[in-house]
Write a protein that binds this ligand. Structure first.
Ligand code: OXD
Ligand code: MN
Length: 588
């Protein structure tokens, strides 16, 4: 029996029409809906999701246009152990990825998907990553049997007709196939096929596993495409910062998942730093290419924010709070009795809360919101969105910042001596694990460039690509390493973080503009005394000195661990081994 069709039905692209027909014949849905991305379509899909119990409307006055979703309790985070890179050889995927044979994996996953959509709707979701007309923009088509995925892709990407128009009648597109398979954990797999520009995702309905434009296309396959085509796909936020003198700069920053990228991307300058302005370009992913002027130019391929809810509040991120005030899908947060959402860190808990599993919640027990609960909100809601977020050319990057969540060892800020030294600092980055991925939380692991779960090929080759790209830049960004998370011996934070991070950014930008000196240290360049503006902060200079401290014992064990990490990667560019040797000699 043929599936019933709805939506703009098909496109004039023969390859696309044939592939959709082939996949539909295989998965056997009852209906096929081609998404056009219109407001009317969204209203209809929301009604479908509500009728199916997938989404509940939130209070139309407190959260206009907002919806609530509870995932399956066993499907709440990215699953790295079920994420596969399917290249012809295991060597291409490298030692940090899980490799699987492409033919065997395709056969197995398609076997699971055969007939799996009986009685269901197959949504054909065309989406565009990047502003229309950008030389880096790419089209993906996600076939999914999840209305939650179709609606979330409508927030996170430029979805529907706009993507089909960009594709035209013969353009290239990424083929993504997602089937929920009753969320069976035994059939959970996120498989990437770089040689075919294809993705198959099964057995999950959680964000990073199933919103295929984000981690799968924009990073894992994006990193492959970048290497082939001479650009970089990175797990980085992008911001525009204007200082009181009117100087505008652009910063890209790589931090591991749930380490504050969204907060930095939406930073509100502290009251004691008048005249500063921060505008968001992206909060999670940057695609960067060398421009004809020898600078590195960045676009944000996304169109929305999939942010971690717990900890987000009017005090920590007022811009995010304004962004999620409407038209947002909340997943696995707590729910108030009067139709709003709540999570730890938002303020006093109202009475009558229901937790993320749907149980009545009382203080003192398990968290009300899952630690990885999320909001999916349109980029257009952001009151501090930079107009440049839509610029097909992107923005020229002045500084790249990298950093992890480290309670010890790493100072608040250091500057790399040059691009090669910065690539070394980024390649050995470590961070405590967070709830963004399934598994133990709080264990330090190396997360180079915050790309450990997202680099789609051999990590050593990826570092080589960084070095090769740097060599093409006549005006490369300066590279900095920051650690907002250092603690004192009593376990208290040494640096206040959040909006006050602008003080560190002020130093970074002054360095980029050649306006302040730095002093050499065994780890790189660091601020001179008084270099980071502390006025009005009330932070004792000794606390800053502790945050900046270099402890040789901590560094001796850190450098041994870095050496072991390089040995694990094996194919490490010689220039990076030289940097590690220099650091080891300098620490003594
Ligand atoms: C994300 C992640 O969702 O990094 O952005 O996990
Ligand atoms: Mn991320």
């Amino acid at each position: 029996m043929n599936a019933a069709m709805s939506g703009p039905t098909s496109s004039n692209h023969p390859g696309l029409a044939a592939w959709v027909a082939e996949m539909a014949a295989h998965c056997r849905p009852a209906r096929i809906h081609w998404c056009d991305g219109s407001a009317e379509e969204r209203t209809g899909l929301l009604a479908v999701a509500q009728a199916a119990g997938v989404l509940e409307p939130l209070d139309p006055v407190r959260r206009p246009g907002c919806w609530y979703h509870r995932s399956n309790p066993g499907d709440v985070a990215r699953v790295e152990e079920c994420t596969w890179i399917c290249t012809p050889t295991a060597d291409e995927a490298g030692p940090t990825n899980r490799w699987a044979d492409p033919d065997e994996t395709r056969r197995r996953l398609l076997g699971w998907l055969a007939g799996s959509m009986a009685g269901r709707t197959l949504y054909v979701v065309p989406y565009l990553m990047g502003p229309p007309g950008s030389p880096l923009a790419r089209v993906g088509i996600e076939l999914t049997d999840s209305v939650y995925v179709a609606l979330s892709m409508g927030i996170m990407t430029r979805m529907g007709r706009i993507a089909l128009d960009a594709l035209g009648d013969d353009g290239r597109f990424n083929r993504g196939l997602h089937g929920m398979l009753d969320l069976d954990p035994a059939k959970r797999a996120i498989a990437h096929f770089p040689q075919d520009d294809a993705i198959i995702s099964t057995g999950s309905n959680y964000g990073g596993n199933v919103l295929l434009g984000k981690k799968c296309l924009a990073l894992r396959l994006g990193s492959w495409a970048g290497r082939r085509e001479g650009w970089m796909a990175e797990h980085m936020l992008i911001v525009a910062i204007t200082d009181p003198a009117g100087r505008r700069s652009h910063v890209a920053a790589a931090f591991p998942s749930a380490c504050g990228k969204t907060n930095l991307a939406m930073l509100t300058p502290p009251a004691r730093m008048p005249g500063w302005k921060v505008e968001t370009i992206g909060d999670d992913i940057a695609w960067l290419r060398p421009g004809p002027d020898g600078r590195l130019w960045a676009i944000n391929p996304e169109n929305g924010y999939f942010g971690v809810a717990p900890g987000t509040s009017p005090a920590t991120n007022p811009v995010a709070m304004a962004t999620i005030a409407r038209d947002t899908i909340f997943t696995n947060t707590g729910r108030t009795a009067d139709g709003d959402v709540w999570w730890e860190g938002l303020g006093p808990a109202p009475v009558g809360l229901t937790d993320w599993r749907g149980r009545p919640w009382r203080p003192g027990g398990e968290p009300c919101a899952h630690p990885n609960s999320r909001f999916a909100a349109p980029m257009a809601n952001n009151p501090m969105l930079a107009a440049a977020a839509h610029d097909p050319a992107g923005v020229p990057i002045d500084a790249i910042i990298v950093g992890g969540r480290r309670a010890d060892t790493y100072p608040l800020v250091i500057e790399a001596r040059d691009w090669t030294h910065g690539t070394y600092l980024a390649s050995v980055m470590g961070s405590e694990t967070t709830a963004a991925a399934a598994g133990v939380v709080g264990r330090v692991r190396r997360d180079p460039m915050a790309m450990l779960p997202f680099c789609g090929y051999h990590m050593g080759d990826y570092w080589d690509h960084w070095l090769a790209t740097g060599a093409r830049l006549t005006r490369p960004p300066r590279i900095f390493h920051v650690n907002w998370f250092r603690k004192d011996a009593a376990g208290a934070w040494l640096w206040p973080g959040f909006g006050e991070n602008l003080r560190v950014l002020a130093w970074i930008l002054a360095r980029c503009q050649g306006r302040v000196d730095a002093e050499a240290s065994p780890l790189g360049l660091r601020p001179m005394t008084g270099g980071i503006p502390l006025d009005g902060l009330g932070l004792a200079p000794e606390r800053l000195a502790l945050a900046q401290r270099l402890d040789r014992d901590e560094w001796r064990s850190e450098l041994l661990d870095q050496a072991a990490w390089y040995d694990r990667i094996g194919r490490v560019p010689a220039a990076l081994r030289t940097e590690l040797r220099k650091a080891t000699t300098a620490i003594g």
